[in-house]
Design a protein around this ligand. Structure first.
Ligand code: NAP
Ligand code: GCO
Length: 263
């Protein structure tokens, strides 16, 4: 029988005070999971807890930087004590820096790689041993269009998200025999604070040229919303996807399938 329920599962979503992580965690709560999340400071965590409460969701928040292995290990131990073993991990926390590559400092490049690629490695590594003992686990890495495509100014982000796609396949390869499935979600262009600068109205009130470009490049003819990611995220966290492993599910309104509008 098909089973999309997450009843009784513990789900950790990183960087989930708002944006895509918040929507995914809310969907998991609606499907029956207990929600834990982290963010980098207490203020964000408090705002996140209040936002979940407003949605009718009880979520426990932790202050933790995903690049800090000691903090991550301490958080995962605390979650196991206070809530239970993590059944579902979503590596969502991420940043982008938009700078032409020839002007980007090595320090900025490293910071993006650290949060967007080393972070998922560190958090996955922390939850995998208990998943192995339990004989089950789901890891979902939030990839990107930039796991497949390049564009001007996002060299570090594309390198990190391309790497995250391969980390996804490797976790699937290495831990599939323990009944751990690791898959990615590749969101298209989604309206969140991260993409707000690409959607800003121009001084004359017209659309940002990038905004118009994305609408034209997306067969759906619009930006994605965080709600668009809820169903795919529940599928990949549920028993319904137990034989889906090492896959990246692109939720992009069709961008990757499309050559672009004909002249
Ligand atoms: P967002 O609105 O910027 O949210 C990202 C969250 O991660 C924020 O809460 C952020 O905290 C947190 N974070 C950053 N660094 C962290 C760290 N070191 N440790 C813990 N938390 C940290 O981004 P979003 O648009 O929801 O994106 C979420 C994920 O989806 C990211 O991995 C992003 O790359 C990916 N994605 C986004 C889109 C899109 O179109 N929006 C498309 C494809 C993929 P702060 O507020 O302090 O920065
Ligand atoms: C950019 C965007 C992205 C998106 C997303 C696309 O500047 O091109 O911010 O890369 O956020 O990851 O899937």
């Amino acid at each position: 029988m098909v089973n999309f329920s997450l009843e009784g599962k513990v789900a950790l979503v990183t960087g989930a005070s708002y944006g895509i992580g918040f929507a995914i965690a809310t969907a998991y709560a609606q499907a029956g999971a207990k929600i834990v999340f982290n963010d980098i400071n207490q203020d964000l965590v408090d705002k996140g807890v209040a936002a979940y409460k407003a949605e009718g969701v009880y979520a426990k928040g932790y202050v933790c930087d995903v690049t800090n292995e000691a903090q991550v290990n301490a958080m995962v131990a605390q979650i196991e004590n206070e809530v239970g073993v993590v059944d579902i991990l979503v590596n969502n926390a991420g940043i982008i820096k938009r700078t032409p590559m020839h002007e980007m400092s090595a320090a900025d490049f490293r910071q993006v790689i650290d949060i967007d690629l080393n972070g998922p490695f560190i958090v996955s590594k922390a939850v995998i041993p208990s998943m192995m003992k339990k004989g089950h686990g789901k890891i979902i890495n939030i990839c990107s269009m930039m796991s497949e495509l390049g564009r001007e100014t996002v060299s570090a982000y594309a390198a990190a998200k391309g790497g995250l796609k391969m980390l996804t396949r490797n976790i699937a390869s290495e831990y599939g025999e323990y009944n751990i499935q690791c898959n990615g979600i590749g969101p298209g262009y989604i309206a969140t604070p991260q993409t707000a600068p690409l959607r800003e109205r121009q001084a004359d009130g017209s659309r940002h040229p990038f905004d118009a470009f994305i609408v034209a490049k997306t067969p759906a003819g619009r930006w994605g919303t965080t709600d668009d990611l809820m169903g795919p995220a529940v599928f990949l966290a549920s028993d319904a996807s137990d034989f889906v492993n090492g896959h990246v599910l692109y939720v992009d309104g069709g961008i990757l399938a499309y050559i672009g509008k004909q002249p």
